[in-house]
Write a protein that binds this ligand. Structure first.
Ligand SMILES: *Cc1c(COP(=O)(O)O)cnc(C)c1O
Length: 232
């Protein structure tokens, strides 16, 4: 991985933030490392990346294990692992052990199971709620009408800390077409905040559309291909 690639992404994030009259420091770059080998992840950490996103528990488990000694020997601090893929109930236990932030809570059952596992582990688990924004997409997530009951449930679970919303719009060649979906996620967040839920984070935007997402309020952009190249 070249330093130029990382700095180019940072510049693009900054420029989009400026256009939106936002502070670039409010936007976290999540480097999506699914299918990426451990050496490339170490390079990315050396180049200053701190947040890593994986979409499968098993793959993350192997990598995080390998990465641990590198972190402690190298004195890297502030590294976080994020789960950005769908989580099955029976993997909740491992997810709680591995991930600092789980972006994909999409049911009351999963929230309850994560809370139970977090309690056993003596941890407060940070989570985001994944929202299903369109019928056409096969994407996971809670439909809009399911959000308030889920937020209420989350507030009642002592070992979970809900921090915001996540979504994946359908894929478009033209990122402008994804913007209404990003805007909708922002609106849903604003509506939830008006009802008293504190949900500052918006995880939205990938390699092809992260600038559009930032213009609509993204606080976490999840970028794989633009950092690590095409996945094989
Ligand atoms: C793979 C993936 C990304 C990154 O996609 P790129 O187009 O490679 O940047 C972001 N979010 C989720 C949920 C993913 O699975």
């Amino acid at each position: 991985m070249k330093i130029e690639v990382v700095s180019d992404i940072h510049k693009r994030i900054c420029r989009a933030a400026m256009r939106a009259d936002r502070d670039p420091a409010d936007i976290k770059l999540i480097a999506v490392t699914k299918t990426v080998g451990i050496e490339a992840i170490k390079e990315a950490a050396t180049l200053g990346l701190r947040f890593f996103g994986e979409n499968r528990v098993q793959e993350a488990r192997d990598k995080i294990g390998e990465f641990a000694s590198f972190i402690s020997e190298g004195g890297y601090s502030g590294i976080e692992w994020h789960l950005i893929g769908h989580l099955q109930l029976n993997k909740a236990k491992y997810a709680v052990r591995l991930f600092d932030l789980i972006h994909t809570v999409d049911s009351v059952e999963l929230a309850e199971e994560l809370n139970r596992r977090a309690e056993q582990a003596g941890k407060t688990q940070r989570v985001l709620v994944q929202v299903k924004l369109s019928e056409e997409s096969t994407k996971q997530g809670v439909p809009e009408e399911g959000l308030l009951p889920l937020f209420e449930k989350l507030n009642s679970l002592a070992c979970l800390k809900p921090e915001g919303l996540m979504a994946m719009p359908p894929f478009f060649d033209d990122p402008e077409r994804a913007r209404p979906y990003f805007r909708r996620l922002s609106e849903l967040r604003d509506e939830a905040e008006q009802k008293g839920f504190h949900l500052p984070e918006l995880s939205m935007g990938m390699s092809g559309d992260f600038e559009a997402a930032i213009l609509e309020g993204a606080t976490m952009v999840r970028i794989g291909t633009a950092l690590f190249g095409r996945r094989s």
